[in-house]
Design a protein around this ligand. Structure first.
Ligand SMILES: Nc1ncnc2c1ncn2[C@@H]1O[C@H](COP(=O)(O)OP(=O)(O)OP(=O)(O)O)[C@@H](O)[C@H]1O
Ligand SMILES: [Mg+2]
Length: 383
């Protein structure tokens, strides 16, 4: 059965339970209390009152009221006000009639006068109406609370979906721009360099004078630097290398570009490998991108600010999230640290996804960045 249908079936059951429980409890309290009070009053006046029989008769009224409330289905959400009022009135009248009949059967009264009949019937019905109305109030309060909880959950879902759509859009644009830079722009620069090479290789009549050749060689070098360093680096910044293959390959590619003088280590647990399986990744592109960004920022801080010689990256799964730990052996920082900028941006971003980022450092003793990134596919679906 679909979840929504199951939920509504459960809601109807829960409404009925609350109605019957609240009405039944109030009426039972009256049933026992009233019988005890009568017994005490008559007892004090020297009368002999069968208290157990009175309680028994009252309890049949509780049962009758509950049966009528259940049978008329006043707890069903589609019932109109008239049906509900009729159900409550009917429950009161039936409860009162059944109670009086039981009193006669149990010989609580033998041939009672008219006033006693009217009083017993009226008091029985009034108590049953009162109990049923209280039951209805309790049920409606519960229904209102449930509607509020459902509305809040729907709001949360809408926000989450909007956020996911934004993240997908961001990844798509980043990828397109990165591919544009990496593909067309690089290609055009390669062609320009090839044409410059053609000019530089000109012989005989086509040969250029040496000063011009030197200038062209300089221009050529600059274009190559722009192509290699600026265009490729910007492209990578927008969309890391190997991200399509997986998060771990992208982190490995990132570490592979660090100068060899820095000792880098990467530790990945088996559950991360399974999650990041290139053949069937269970990490979305946004999750992969964010994870690689965290590692990238931590490493760039370690090298730029900490002048680290060893950088250690560990990726594991903790509950329903990826945990990324990047430690360095650099200078660390204390109160003299610059205003958080890159780390603050990432922390904001992680918070939006339900995660967080903590940076801890001891001056002279390295820095550790720990990020927690919730993973959609690991989340246990709410029932
Ligand atoms: N690994 C580290 N070693 C030493 N100092 C660090 C390290 N990481 C952060 N810091 C200190 O914390 C400050 C804030 O770092 P954060 O990454 O937020 O900003 P930033 O690197 O200065 O700027 P941006 O990231 O925008 O380039 C840094 O200026 C630096 O003083
Ligand atoms: Mg930084």
């Amino acid at each position: 059965m679909p979840t929504a249908v199951l939920q509504s079936v459960e809601a109807v059951r829960s409404d009925r339970r609350t109605l019957l429980l609240a009405a039944g409890t109030v009426m039972t309290a009256f049933a026992v209390g009233a019988a005890a009070q009568t017994a005490w009053v008559y007892g004090n006046q020297g009368g002999d009152v069968p208290v157990t029989d009175r309680i028994l008769a009252n309890l049949t009224a509780v049962a009758a009221m509950s049966v009528i409330l259940a049978v008329t289905g006043v707890s069903l959400p589609q019932r109109g006000a008239l049906t509900v009022v009729a159900g409550v009135l009917g429950a009161g009248v039936t409860a009162s009639g059944v109670r009086f009949a039981s009193q006669l059967l149990l010989d609580v009264y033998v041939d009672p006068p008219r006033e006693v009949i009217v009083t017993e019937l009226l008091s029985g019905a009034t108590v049953a109406w009162f109990a049923a109305t209280l039951g209805l109030v309790a049920m409606l309060a519960q229904r209102r609370l449930r509607a509020q909880v459902t509305a809040a959950a729907q709001d949360r879902l809408r926000i989450e979906l909007a956020l996911q759509a934004l993240q997908h859009e961001e990844v798509r644009v980043r990828r397109e721009v990165a591919e544009g830079l990496h593909g067309s722009m690089q290609q055009r620069l390669v062609l320009i360099v090839a044409r410059l090479d053609g000019l530089l290789e000109g012989r005989g009549e086509a040969a250029l004078a040496e000063p011009h050749r030197a200038l062209l060689r300089e221009v050529r070098e600059e274009i190559e630097t722009v192509r290699e360093a600026d265009v490729r680096a910007t492209s990578r910044m927008l969309y890391p290398d190997q991200l399509e293959v997986g998060m771990v390959p992208a982190i490995r590619a990132l570490l592979g570009r660090i100068p060899t003088a820095v000792n880098t280590r990467l530790g990945v647990t088996d559950d991360v490998r399974a999650l990041d399986d290139p053949a069937a990744s269970r990490l979305t592109r946004s999750e992969r991108l964010l994870a690689v960004r965290v590692v990238e920022e931590a490493i760039s801080n370690a090298l730029r600010h900490g002048r680290a010689e060893v950088v250690d990256v560990r990726v594991s799964v903790v509950d329903d999230a990826l945990e990324l730990r990047v430690s360095d052996d650099g200078r660390g920082f204390g109160d003299d640290a610059g205003t958080p900028s890159g780390t603050a941006r990432l922390a904001d971003r992680l918070r939006l996804s339900g995660g967080d980022l903590r940076v801890s450092s001891v001056p002279g003793d390295g820095t550790q960045v720990v990020a927690r990134l919730p993973v959609e596919s690991l989340r246990v679906p709410a029932l």
